[in-house]
Design a protein around this ligand. Sequence first.
Ligand code: XIL
Length: 451
Amino acid sequence: MSMTLRRLSRAATAGLVAAAALTAAAHSAEAADTLGSAAAGQGRYFGTAVAASHLGEADYTATLDREFSSVTPENEMKWDATEPSRGTFTFTSADRIVDHAQSQGMDVRGHTLVWHSQLPSWVGSLGASDLRTAMKDHINGLMGHYKGEIHSWDVVNEAFQDGGSGARRSSPFQDKLGDGFIEEAFRTARAADPAAKLCYNDYNTDGVNAKSNAVYNMVKDFKSRGVPIDCVGFQSHFNSNSPVPSDYRQNLQRFADLGVDVQITELDIEGSGSAQAADYTKVVEACLAVDRCAGMTVWGVTDKYSWRSSGTPLLFDGNYQEKPAYDAVLSALGGSGDPGDPGDPGDPGDGTASCTATYTRTADWNSGYNGQVTITAGDEPISTWTVTVTLPAQQSVSSLWNGTPTWNGNVMTVKPSWNGTLAAGASTGFGFTAAKNGSDAAPTVGTCTAS
Ligand code: XIL
Protein backbone atom coordinates (compact mmCIF):
# COMPACT_ATOMS: atom_id res chain seq x y z
CA MET A 1 0.00 0.00 0.00
CA SER A 2 1.39 3.42 -0.85
CA MET A 3 1.98 5.94 1.89
CA THR A 4 -0.86 8.15 0.62
CA LEU A 5 -3.43 5.36 0.66
CA ARG A 6 -2.22 4.26 4.03
CA ARG A 7 -2.76 7.75 5.39
CA LEU A 8 -6.23 8.03 3.89
CA SER A 9 -7.36 4.66 5.18
CA ARG A 10 -5.91 5.36 8.63
CA ALA A 11 -7.87 8.62 8.83
CA ALA A 12 -11.10 7.08 7.52
CA THR A 13 -11.21 4.47 10.26
CA ALA A 14 -10.63 6.95 13.08
CA GLY A 15 -14.34 7.74 13.57
CA LEU A 16 -15.23 4.06 13.84
CA VAL A 17 -12.47 3.61 16.35
CA ALA A 18 -13.84 6.35 18.58
CA ALA A 19 -17.26 4.65 18.60
CA ALA A 20 -15.69 1.30 19.48
CA ALA A 21 -13.81 2.91 22.38
CA LEU A 22 -17.07 4.17 23.86
CA THR A 23 -18.60 0.70 23.72
CA ALA A 24 -15.52 -0.81 25.31
CA ALA A 25 -15.71 1.71 28.13
CA ALA A 26 -19.33 0.89 29.00
CA HIS A 27 -19.56 -0.07 32.63
CA SER A 28 -21.12 -3.38 33.53
CA ALA A 29 -22.47 -3.81 37.04
CA GLU A 30 -22.24 -7.62 37.07
CA ALA A 31 -18.90 -8.38 35.46
CA ALA A 32 -15.63 -7.85 37.28
CA ASP A 33 -14.05 -4.53 36.44
CA THR A 34 -10.79 -4.17 34.59
CA LEU A 35 -8.29 -1.35 34.93
CA GLY A 36 -9.70 0.22 31.78
CA SER A 37 -13.36 -0.08 32.72
CA ALA A 38 -12.81 1.11 36.29
CA ALA A 39 -10.79 4.10 35.08
CA ALA A 40 -13.50 4.87 32.49
CA GLY A 41 -15.96 4.99 35.38
CA GLN A 42 -13.80 7.84 36.73
CA GLY A 43 -13.58 9.56 33.34
CA ARG A 44 -9.94 8.52 32.93
CA TYR A 45 -8.01 6.24 30.58
CA PHE A 46 -5.74 3.47 31.87
CA GLY A 47 -2.96 2.59 29.47
CA THR A 48 0.19 0.58 29.11
CA ALA A 49 3.37 0.68 27.07
CA VAL A 50 3.35 -2.05 24.42
CA ALA A 51 6.14 -3.66 22.43
CA ALA A 52 5.17 -4.90 18.96
CA SER A 53 7.44 -7.90 19.35
CA HIS A 54 5.26 -9.35 22.14
CA LEU A 55 1.91 -9.07 20.38
CA GLY A 56 2.24 -12.64 19.14
CA GLU A 57 2.33 -13.99 22.71
CA ALA A 58 -1.20 -15.09 23.60
CA ASP A 59 -1.07 -14.26 27.34
CA TYR A 60 0.49 -10.88 26.68
CA THR A 61 -2.15 -9.88 24.19
CA ALA A 62 -5.03 -11.34 26.23
CA THR A 63 -3.95 -9.33 29.28
CA LEU A 64 -3.43 -6.20 27.21
CA ASP A 65 -6.81 -6.48 25.49
CA ARG A 66 -8.73 -7.26 28.67
CA GLU A 67 -7.28 -4.62 30.99
CA PHE A 68 -6.17 -1.51 29.15
CA SER A 69 -7.94 1.30 27.31
CA SER A 70 -4.89 3.08 25.90
CA VAL A 71 -1.49 2.03 24.56
CA THR A 72 1.86 3.77 24.11
CA PRO A 73 4.37 2.16 21.76
CA GLU A 74 7.36 1.58 24.04
CA ASN A 75 10.03 2.16 21.36
CA GLU A 76 8.38 1.85 17.95
CA MET A 77 7.57 5.54 17.37
CA LYS A 78 10.97 6.84 18.46
CA TRP A 79 13.19 8.60 15.94
CA ASP A 80 15.65 5.71 15.53
CA ALA A 81 12.77 3.34 14.79
CA THR A 82 10.82 5.58 12.41
CA GLU A 83 13.43 7.60 10.48
CA PRO A 84 16.70 5.68 10.71
CA SER A 85 18.08 7.59 7.74
CA ARG A 86 17.03 11.03 6.66
CA GLY A 87 13.70 11.12 4.84
CA THR A 88 13.16 7.34 4.97
CA PHE A 89 10.25 6.59 7.25
CA THR A 90 9.45 3.09 8.47
CA PHE A 91 6.20 2.55 10.30
CA THR A 92 5.84 -1.23 10.20
CA SER A 93 6.22 -1.92 13.93
CA ALA A 94 4.37 1.19 15.07
CA ASP A 95 1.54 0.39 12.65
CA ARG A 96 1.23 -3.10 14.16
CA ILE A 97 0.63 -1.56 17.57
CA VAL A 98 -1.74 1.12 16.29
CA ASP A 99 -3.72 -1.40 14.23
CA HIS A 100 -3.98 -3.75 17.18
CA ALA A 101 -5.07 -0.96 19.53
CA GLN A 102 -7.72 0.20 17.07
CA SER A 103 -9.06 -3.31 16.59
CA GLN A 104 -9.63 -3.39 20.37
CA GLY A 105 -11.07 0.11 20.65
CA MET A 106 -8.06 1.40 22.57
CA ASP A 107 -6.66 4.91 22.30
CA VAL A 108 -3.04 5.50 21.30
CA ARG A 109 -0.49 7.87 22.88
CA GLY A 110 2.28 8.96 20.54
CA HIS A 111 5.77 8.70 22.04
CA THR A 112 7.91 10.63 21.17
CA LEU A 113 8.83 13.17 18.46
CA VAL A 114 11.86 15.16 19.69
CA TRP A 115 14.19 13.54 22.24
CA HIS A 116 17.96 13.42 22.72
CA SER A 117 17.91 9.63 23.18
CA GLN A 118 17.25 6.83 20.70
CA LEU A 119 18.17 9.44 18.11
CA PRO A 120 19.99 8.23 14.98
CA SER A 121 23.50 9.61 14.65
CA TRP A 122 22.75 11.40 11.35
CA VAL A 123 20.60 13.92 13.24
CA GLY A 124 23.48 14.94 15.48
CA SER A 125 25.76 15.63 12.58
CA LEU A 126 23.51 18.23 10.89
CA GLY A 127 24.18 21.95 11.06
CA ALA A 128 21.61 24.25 12.66
CA SER A 129 19.52 25.09 9.64
CA ASP A 130 19.42 21.51 8.36
CA LEU A 131 18.63 20.27 11.84
CA ARG A 132 15.67 22.64 12.13
CA THR A 133 14.33 21.37 8.81
CA ALA A 134 14.94 17.73 9.79
CA MET A 135 13.12 18.21 13.10
CA LYS A 136 10.08 19.69 11.38
CA ASP A 137 10.14 17.01 8.66
CA HIS A 138 10.26 14.33 11.34
CA ILE A 139 7.31 15.80 13.24
CA ASN A 140 5.33 16.17 10.02
CA GLY A 141 6.25 12.66 8.87
CA LEU A 142 5.08 10.96 12.07
CA MET A 143 2.08 13.11 12.82
CA GLY A 144 0.97 13.09 9.21
CA HIS A 145 1.05 9.31 9.02
CA TYR A 146 -1.07 8.97 12.17
CA LYS A 147 -3.19 12.10 11.71
CA GLY A 148 -6.45 11.84 13.66
CA GLU A 149 -5.41 8.58 15.35
CA ILE A 150 -3.35 9.69 18.33
CA HIS A 151 -5.04 11.11 21.40
CA SER A 152 -1.86 12.72 22.79
CA TRP A 153 1.67 13.15 21.46
CA ASP A 154 4.77 13.56 23.59
CA VAL A 155 6.11 16.30 21.33
CA VAL A 156 9.27 16.93 23.31
CA ASN A 157 10.71 14.48 25.84
CA GLU A 158 13.22 15.12 28.64
CA ALA A 159 14.56 18.52 27.60
CA PHE A 160 15.59 19.54 31.11
CA GLN A 161 18.63 18.52 33.13
CA ASP A 162 18.47 16.60 36.37
CA GLY A 163 19.80 18.22 39.50
CA GLY A 164 19.19 21.57 41.04
CA SER A 165 19.94 23.90 38.16
CA GLY A 166 16.66 23.83 36.26
CA ALA A 167 18.78 24.19 33.08
CA ARG A 168 18.05 22.65 29.69
CA ARG A 169 19.77 19.40 28.86
CA SER A 170 22.46 19.38 26.21
CA SER A 171 21.24 17.76 22.97
CA PRO A 172 21.71 18.45 19.26
CA PHE A 173 18.45 20.43 19.37
CA GLN A 174 19.34 22.47 22.45
CA ASP A 175 22.95 23.00 21.47
CA LYS A 176 22.30 24.06 17.89
CA LEU A 177 18.82 25.63 17.99
CA GLY A 178 18.71 26.97 21.56
CA ASP A 179 15.73 27.09 23.95
CA GLY A 180 13.40 27.94 21.07
CA PHE A 181 13.50 24.40 19.63
CA ILE A 182 10.77 23.31 22.04
CA GLU A 183 8.42 26.07 20.94
CA GLU A 184 9.18 25.38 17.27
CA ALA A 185 8.42 21.70 17.77
CA PHE A 186 5.06 22.44 19.41
CA ARG A 187 4.03 24.93 16.73
CA THR A 188 4.94 22.45 13.99
CA ALA A 189 3.04 19.69 15.80
CA ARG A 190 -0.13 21.75 16.17
CA ALA A 191 -0.24 22.38 12.44
CA ALA A 192 0.52 18.72 11.62
CA ASP A 193 -2.43 17.25 13.58
CA PRO A 194 -4.70 19.83 15.20
CA ALA A 195 -6.80 17.08 16.85
CA ALA A 196 -3.96 15.62 18.91
CA LYS A 197 -3.21 16.86 22.41
CA LEU A 198 0.36 18.09 22.54
CA CYS A 199 2.34 17.14 25.66
CA TYR A 200 5.71 17.95 27.15
CA ASN A 201 6.96 14.79 28.94
CA ASP A 202 9.72 14.35 31.53
CA TYR A 203 10.96 12.43 34.60
CA ASN A 204 12.03 13.56 38.06
CA THR A 205 9.42 16.26 37.65
CA ASP A 206 6.80 14.34 39.63
CA GLY A 207 7.19 16.39 42.81
CA VAL A 208 7.87 20.08 43.32
CA ASN A 209 11.61 20.57 42.69
CA ALA A 210 14.03 22.67 40.64
CA LYS A 211 13.46 20.59 37.50
CA SER A 212 9.67 20.63 37.71
CA ASN A 213 9.81 24.36 38.51
CA ALA A 214 11.73 24.88 35.27
CA VAL A 215 9.13 22.91 33.28
CA TYR A 216 6.37 24.79 35.10
CA ASN A 217 7.86 28.13 34.11
CA MET A 218 8.17 27.01 30.50
CA VAL A 219 4.52 25.89 30.37
CA LYS A 220 3.41 29.11 32.03
CA ASP A 221 5.37 31.11 29.46
CA PHE A 222 3.90 29.04 26.60
CA LYS A 223 0.36 29.62 27.87
CA SER A 224 0.96 33.36 28.26
CA ARG A 225 2.35 33.68 24.73
CA GLY A 226 -0.09 31.36 23.00
CA VAL A 227 2.43 28.65 22.16
CA PRO A 228 0.28 25.53 21.63
CA ILE A 229 0.59 23.06 24.54
CA ASP A 230 -2.24 20.93 25.95
CA CYS A 231 -0.70 18.58 28.45
CA VAL A 232 2.27 17.72 30.59
CA GLY A 233 3.34 14.10 31.03
CA PHE A 234 4.84 12.93 34.31
CA GLN A 235 6.80 9.75 33.61
CA SER A 236 6.63 8.54 37.23
CA HIS A 237 9.38 5.91 37.29
CA PHE A 238 9.69 5.22 41.02
CA ASN A 239 12.00 3.13 43.20
CA SER A 240 13.67 3.43 46.59
CA ASN A 241 16.05 6.13 45.33
CA SER A 242 13.21 8.01 43.70
CA PRO A 243 10.06 7.31 45.76
CA VAL A 244 6.57 8.62 45.07
CA PRO A 245 6.90 12.26 46.19
CA SER A 246 4.65 13.35 49.06
CA ASP A 247 3.67 16.42 47.05
CA TYR A 248 2.81 14.47 43.89
CA ARG A 249 -0.85 15.55 43.85
CA GLN A 250 0.04 19.12 44.67
CA ASN A 251 2.53 19.18 41.79
CA LEU A 252 0.01 17.74 39.30
CA GLN A 253 -2.52 20.29 40.50
CA ARG A 254 -0.24 23.30 40.04
CA PHE A 255 0.38 22.30 36.42
CA ALA A 256 -3.35 21.71 35.89
CA ASP A 257 -3.97 25.19 37.28
CA LEU A 258 -1.91 26.59 34.39
CA GLY A 259 -4.65 25.35 32.06
CA VAL A 260 -3.10 22.12 30.75
CA ASP A 261 -4.11 18.51 31.24
CA VAL A 262 -1.75 16.32 33.19
CA GLN A 263 -1.09 12.68 32.37
CA ILE A 264 0.87 9.99 34.19
CA THR A 265 2.75 8.58 31.25
CA GLU A 266 5.25 5.86 32.20
CA LEU A 267 4.30 4.69 35.66
CA ASP A 268 6.27 1.90 37.27
CA ILE A 269 7.16 1.43 40.93
CA GLU A 270 9.86 -1.05 41.91
CA GLY A 271 9.03 -3.32 44.84
CA SER A 272 6.52 -5.98 45.74
CA GLY A 273 3.62 -6.88 48.00
CA SER A 274 1.69 -4.44 50.10
CA ALA A 275 4.35 -1.71 50.08
CA GLN A 276 4.31 -1.57 46.28
CA ALA A 277 0.52 -1.73 46.34
CA ALA A 278 0.33 1.22 48.74
CA ASP A 279 2.59 3.30 46.49
CA TYR A 280 0.44 2.55 43.45
CA THR A 281 -2.62 3.58 45.47
CA LYS A 282 -0.99 6.95 46.22
CA VAL A 283 -0.38 7.59 42.53
CA VAL A 284 -3.88 6.63 41.41
CA GLU A 285 -5.48 8.66 44.20
CA ALA A 286 -3.37 11.67 43.25
CA CYS A 287 -4.54 11.48 39.63
CA LEU A 288 -8.18 11.05 40.64
CA ALA A 289 -7.92 14.06 42.97
CA VAL A 290 -6.91 16.32 40.07
CA ASP A 291 -9.76 17.03 37.65
CA ARG A 292 -7.41 17.64 34.74
CA CYS A 293 -5.51 14.37 35.24
CA ALA A 294 -6.76 12.72 32.05
CA GLY A 295 -5.37 9.26 32.70
CA MET A 296 -2.41 7.12 33.51
CA THR A 297 -0.17 4.68 31.65
CA VAL A 298 1.96 1.97 33.24
CA TRP A 299 5.26 1.29 31.48
CA GLY A 300 4.55 -2.26 30.43
CA VAL A 301 2.12 -5.14 30.84
CA THR A 302 4.23 -7.67 32.74
CA ASP A 303 7.28 -7.57 35.02
CA LYS A 304 9.11 -9.96 32.74
CA TYR A 305 9.31 -7.45 29.88
CA SER A 306 9.76 -4.32 31.98
CA TRP A 307 12.78 -2.13 31.15
CA ARG A 308 13.43 -2.45 34.89
CA SER A 309 12.50 -6.10 35.08
CA SER A 310 14.65 -6.92 38.13
CA GLY A 311 12.67 -4.37 40.15
CA THR A 312 9.33 -6.09 39.34
CA PRO A 313 7.71 -2.67 38.97
CA LEU A 314 4.44 -3.51 37.17
CA LEU A 315 0.92 -4.76 37.95
CA PHE A 316 1.19 -8.28 36.47
CA ASP A 317 3.95 -10.71 37.37
CA GLY A 318 5.94 -12.71 34.84
CA ASN A 319 3.11 -15.26 34.59
CA TYR A 320 0.47 -12.57 34.01
CA GLN A 321 -0.94 -13.03 37.50
CA GLU A 322 -2.45 -9.96 39.15
CA LYS A 323 -0.15 -8.66 41.88
CA PRO A 324 -1.31 -6.91 45.08
CA ALA A 325 -0.46 -3.70 43.22
CA TYR A 326 -3.08 -4.61 40.61
CA ASP A 327 -5.74 -5.12 43.27
CA ALA A 328 -4.78 -1.82 44.88
CA VAL A 329 -5.03 0.09 41.60
CA LEU A 330 -8.36 -1.49 40.73
CA SER A 331 -9.69 -0.68 44.16
CA ALA A 332 -8.40 2.91 44.06
CA LEU A 333 -10.17 3.31 40.71
CA GLY A 334 -13.41 2.25 42.39
CA GLY A 335 -13.52 -1.07 40.54
CA SER A 336 -14.63 -4.37 41.98
CA GLY A 337 -12.88 -7.64 41.32
CA ASP A 338 -13.91 -11.04 40.14
CA PRO A 339 -15.68 -12.99 42.93
CA GLY A 340 -13.70 -16.01 41.78
CA ASP A 341 -10.42 -14.29 42.58
CA PRO A 342 -9.95 -14.11 46.35
CA GLY A 343 -7.27 -11.44 46.03
CA ASP A 344 -9.51 -8.89 44.38
CA PRO A 345 -10.62 -5.76 46.20
CA GLY A 346 -14.06 -5.79 47.74
CA ASP A 347 -14.48 -9.55 47.53
CA PRO A 348 -15.84 -11.39 50.52
CA GLY A 349 -12.97 -13.25 52.04
CA ASP A 350 -10.22 -11.06 50.62
CA GLY A 351 -9.04 -10.57 54.20
CA THR A 352 -8.87 -6.78 54.01
CA ALA A 353 -10.70 -4.96 56.81
CA SER A 354 -12.25 -1.76 55.52
CA CYS A 355 -14.89 0.80 56.39
CA THR A 356 -16.57 3.91 55.05
CA ALA A 357 -17.68 7.01 56.93
CA THR A 358 -20.48 9.43 56.01
CA TYR A 359 -21.49 12.65 57.73
CA THR A 360 -24.91 14.24 58.31
CA ARG A 361 -26.01 17.26 60.30
CA THR A 362 -28.81 15.99 62.53
CA ALA A 363 -29.74 19.21 64.35
CA ASP A 364 -29.07 22.90 63.72
CA TRP A 365 -29.59 26.11 65.70
CA ASN A 366 -28.21 29.65 65.54
CA SER A 367 -25.03 29.11 67.47
CA GLY A 368 -24.40 25.40 66.94
CA TYR A 369 -25.29 22.06 65.43
CA ASN A 370 -25.20 18.31 66.02
CA GLY A 371 -23.27 16.13 63.59
CA GLN A 372 -23.49 12.37 63.18
CA VAL A 373 -20.81 10.21 61.47
CA THR A 374 -21.97 6.78 60.34
CA ILE A 375 -19.31 4.06 60.06
CA THR A 376 -20.04 1.03 57.88
CA ALA A 377 -17.77 -2.02 57.72
CA GLY A 378 -16.76 -3.31 54.28
CA ASP A 379 -16.91 -6.94 53.16
CA GLU A 380 -15.00 -8.19 56.20
CA PRO A 381 -15.89 -8.00 59.90
CA ILE A 382 -13.82 -5.38 61.72
CA SER A 383 -12.70 -5.01 65.34
CA THR A 384 -11.89 -1.30 65.33
CA TRP A 385 -12.12 1.81 63.16
CA THR A 386 -10.56 5.27 62.93
CA VAL A 387 -12.01 8.38 61.29
CA THR A 388 -10.68 11.92 61.14
CA VAL A 389 -13.01 14.91 61.15
CA THR A 390 -11.62 18.33 60.25
CA LEU A 391 -13.66 21.23 61.59
CA PRO A 392 -13.71 24.73 60.15
CA ALA A 393 -11.16 26.75 62.18
CA GLN A 394 -13.68 28.80 64.19
CA GLN A 395 -15.81 25.86 65.33
CA SER A 396 -15.32 23.93 68.56
CA VAL A 397 -16.78 20.66 69.79
CA SER A 398 -18.44 20.75 73.22
CA SER A 399 -19.42 17.09 73.50
CA LEU A 400 -19.02 13.81 71.60
CA TRP A 401 -20.79 10.49 72.21
CA ASN A 402 -20.25 6.88 71.13
CA GLY A 403 -16.64 7.61 70.17
CA THR A 404 -13.28 8.60 71.68
CA PRO A 405 -11.71 11.74 70.19
CA THR A 406 -8.13 12.97 70.27
CA TRP A 407 -7.37 16.47 69.02
CA ASN A 408 -4.69 18.02 66.85
CA GLY A 409 -5.62 21.65 66.14
CA ASN A 410 -9.04 21.54 64.51
CA VAL A 411 -8.68 17.89 63.43
CA MET A 412 -10.26 15.29 65.67
CA THR A 413 -9.35 11.63 65.28
CA VAL A 414 -12.16 9.46 66.54
CA LYS A 415 -11.89 5.81 67.57
CA PRO A 416 -14.65 3.62 69.04
CA SER A 417 -15.68 3.82 72.67
CA TRP A 418 -17.68 0.57 72.98
CA ASN A 419 -18.63 0.12 69.33
CA GLY A 420 -15.50 -1.04 67.49
CA THR A 421 -16.65 -4.54 66.54
CA LEU A 422 -18.82 -4.69 63.43
CA ALA A 423 -20.00 -7.55 61.25
CA ALA A 424 -19.32 -7.27 57.50
CA GLY A 425 -21.58 -4.52 56.14
CA ALA A 426 -22.84 -3.46 59.60
CA SER A 427 -22.96 0.17 60.79
CA THR A 428 -22.42 2.20 63.92
CA GLY A 429 -21.61 5.86 64.46
CA PHE A 430 -20.75 8.69 66.78
CA GLY A 431 -22.32 12.08 67.32
CA PHE A 432 -21.08 15.46 68.46
CA THR A 433 -22.25 18.96 69.29
CA ALA A 434 -20.28 21.83 67.78
CA ALA A 435 -20.36 25.60 68.40
CA LYS A 436 -20.32 27.55 65.11
CA ASN A 437 -18.52 30.66 66.43
CA GLY A 438 -19.51 32.45 63.22
CA SER A 439 -18.86 29.62 60.70
CA ASP A 440 -21.77 27.50 59.46
CA ALA A 441 -19.54 25.37 57.19
CA ALA A 442 -19.66 21.58 57.36
CA PRO A 443 -16.76 19.57 58.75
CA THR A 444 -14.77 17.31 56.41
CA VAL A 445 -14.75 13.61 57.15
CA GLY A 446 -11.55 11.81 56.12
CA THR A 447 -10.99 8.22 55.06
CA CYS A 448 -12.19 5.50 57.43
CA THR A 449 -9.58 2.89 58.30
CA ALA A 450 -10.34 -0.43 59.99
CA SER A 451 -8.62 -3.53 61.28
C1 XIL B 1 12.69 2.93 27.47
C2 XIL B 1 12.16 1.59 26.97
O1 XIL B 1 11.28 1.09 27.95
C3 XIL B 1 13.29 0.63 26.73
O2 XIL B 1 12.82 -0.55 26.10
C4 XIL B 1 14.36 1.28 25.86
O3 XIL B 1 15.46 0.40 25.76
C5 XIL B 1 14.80 2.60 26.43
O4 XIL B 1 13.67 3.44 26.60
N1 XIL B 1 11.78 7.54 29.47
C6 XIL B 1 11.09 7.45 28.29
C7 XIL B 1 10.90 6.13 27.64
O5 XIL B 1 10.53 8.46 27.82
O6 XIL B 1 10.88 6.22 26.25
C8 XIL B 1 11.96 5.15 28.07
O7 XIL B 1 11.64 3.87 27.53
C9 XIL B 1 12.06 5.10 29.57
C10 XIL B 1 12.45 6.45 30.13
